[in-house]
Design a protein around this ligand. Structure first.
Ligand code: MRU
Length: 349
């Protein structure tokens, strides 16, 4: 159990912990329509693939309900518009599109005689189920993944794949915190340039969980591995292609390459809602590019000459061959990932 709630349904609104202000300020945002939700996702007030999915599902409900549609057809039409709009907030985390599709499919399955009021109630129930379901998936991922960290003296992670990034205990960080109950290791947390999710969010979560950790800059990870300080790397993912290629926060791929070089196992922890079975391989994953200022400024202070242009992809793709295992809620999947992930999906259905 964490002392904070990343995302919470409050009856008529959604309460989000504004992650852009952490760790300095704990401030909650009240979200009452889809525009506010779009903005919160876009500027990373709510972030992390599973949390974005949950937020988007609530966004569909809020945006549809406030327009007061009078018939089932009107609910469907409105929800479709709202979902299409929310889909433009961020492109990489597939959980966003997965959750929007779940909302669409739920409405599509309703019998013709359903009233608008009933349809809205079902839509909200779906969003709440996606929320609760993510909590369960995270708990299962933590349980399955923790044994992989037995006897490790050091575990490295990147970005934030903890409770802040999900509706539960997190994915990669959930595994790490669960393992730390019985094992004694140090967590090396990459600061994660450019937006410092590792420094601001992962270090904050680890401190609250009482897990020993060292914050490092992204460029120190290779040295930590070379010195034998790290026996496992565990990160989350934003989208996993059918063959296991995994997109995660920029800086994850170099970690996987270093891990292979230094013979350290590299694990991805993610729910099956992060697997995009429609994509054969990682080169088809859309990669978000973000604003120059995220690199040229730090907290509004320029750190590069005015007008400097940047290359700012928010994610990179780890080739499946560099991944030792993908930890899902259905268990630990090893290569060949194509078959393993499909089997896991079958078992989940
Ligand atoms: O840009 P962000 O902060 O949304 O990126 C988040 C990540 O890359 C996480 O590692 C990923 O979403 C997994 S979260 C359980």
């Amino acid at each position: 159990m964490t002392s904070f709630k990343t995302i919470e349904w409050k009856g008529r609104t959604v309460r989000l912990l504004d992650q852009t202000l952490l760790p300095g300020r704990i401030k909650y945002l009240t979200i009452s329509d889809e525009k506010q939700m779009w903005g919160a996702i876009r500027r990373l007030s709510v972030r992390g693939a599973p949390a974005i999915g949950v937020a988007a599902a609530y966004g569909v409900y809020l945006g549809t309900a406030r327009r007061n549609p009078r018939t089932l057809a009107a609910v469907r039409r409105t929800a479709e518009k709202v979902a299409t709009y929310l889909a433009t907030s961020r492109p990489t985390a597939v959980n966003l599109f997965w959750a929007l599709e779940e909302c669409r499919a739920t409405l599509a399955a309703l019998p013709g005689e359903t009233t608008a009021r009933e349809a809205l109630a079902v839509l909200l129930a779906r969003a709440r189920a996606i929320h609760e379901d993510d909590e369960r998936r995270c708990a299962a991922i933590a349980r399955h993944g923790a044994p992989l960290l037995k006897k490790a003296k050091g575990v490295l992670t990147h970005c934030n794949a903890g409770a802040l990034a999900t509706a539960g205990v997190g994915t990669a960080l959930g595994v790490i915190i669960e393992a730390a109950r019985t094992e004694k290791f140090v967590v090396y947390a990459d600061e994660t340039r450019p937006l410092l999710q590792g420094a601001r969010l992962t270090a904050w979560e680890l401190k609250q969980a009482g897990v020993e950790h060292r914050l490092i800059t992204d460029s120190m990870a290779a040295t930590a591995m070379q010195r034998g300080l790290v026996q496992a790397v565990v990160t989350g993912a934003d989208r996993i292609a059918a063959n296991g290629d995994s997109a995660n926060k920029i800086g994850t791929m170099p970690l996987a390459i270093c891990a292979r070089h230094f013979k350290v196992p590299f694990y991805i922890a993610a729910p099956l809602s992060t697997v995009d079975f429609s994509l054969k391989s990682g080169d088809q994953i859309p990669i978000e590019e973000r604003a120059d200022e995220e690199i040229t400024e730090l907290y509004g202070h320029p750190i590069a000459p005015k007008g400097t242009k940047t290359f700012n992809p928010a994610f990179d793709v780890v080739p499946a061959r560099l991944i030792a295992a993908i930890i899902t809620e259905m268990g630990v999947v090893r290569a060949p990932f194509g078959k393993g992930l499909k089997d896991a999906r079958k078992r989940a259905q």
